[in-house]
Design a protein around this ligand. Sequence first.
Ligand code: NAD
Ligand code: IMJ
Length: 258
Amino acid sequence: MLDLSGKTALVTGIANNRSIAWGIAQQLHQAGAKLAITYLPDDRDRTLSKVKDLVAPLSPDLLLPCDVQNDAQIDEMYGSIAKSWEKLDILIHCLAFAKKEELSGNFTDISRDGFQLALDVSAFSLISLCKGARPLMTAGGSVITLTYIGGARVVPNYNIMGIAKAALEMNVRYLAQDLGSQNIRVNGISAGPIRTLASAAIGDIHKMLHHVQEVSPLKRLVSQVEVGNVAAFLASDLSSAITGQILYADCGYEIMGA
Ligand code: NAD
Ligand code: IMJ
């Protein structure tokens, strides 16, 4: 197992025990990293209590609210991290959102405000989180985001999220260039489809999961923990020369032509 002891990691995107970010947090913890975990707050603090119980076994140093649409909340979050930790080493960006009605139907029906919402939450947020992380990553760093093949190829119904992931993947490259002089690396993991909250709501997801299991070279789906292991590698010094890349963790699906 690789060693992340002495490293600190900020993990966004845990909603429940199926979240990809939960698989990542577990593997970073197992490798010895200290964790700060954020959650998307709701009116009645239900997410807080759910996420708090879930992550308790990982004994995170910090559990902080962070809605990436709220700049003040991002500032406060980084303020808390700066108070608790001498430096930040790892940033995990594992979140996305689009209006459900824009994840099916005609692509031409995408609305201006739906476009803006999806791009703001799913792509711009990587820039704002990196901007806040930059002054804290004083010993270099590793930024990791989650993407999907629908940002590079047309996948039925992915629609507006495809545009958001294309923007996110280009953000990875520009951020890698911008932050490279500070020895901060920026990479994306393009995960194959996984049953999570963000995929359960999708019509025909079962067909898609079945298709990937049939076609992928490994004849199965990728798990959250397997994505977590790729994240642990990208977070570690073992990947010290890799930046600006999108790594496919998809059981080989991406290489197939038919
Ligand atoms: P998930 O629903 O568990 O995670 C999505 C997270 O986004 C949630 O924790 C949610 O709270 C968070 N979020 C939404 N809006 C937010 C906001 N305004 N501020 C802060 N957080 C916000 O689902 P998941 O499948 O684990 O998704 C995580 C990432 O993985 C996403 O980027 C998704 O696109 C990507 N991904 C998922 C799959 C899949 O098949 N599930 C495949 C490839 C990539
Ligand atoms: C999402 C939509 C359409 C097809 C899809 C997906 N396929 C997969 C996903 C084939 C695997 C899941 N995925 C990769 C995502 O990035 C999902 C993002 C997402 C999901 C929802 C559902 C609930 C909601 N808004 C969402 N916003 C983003 O209201």
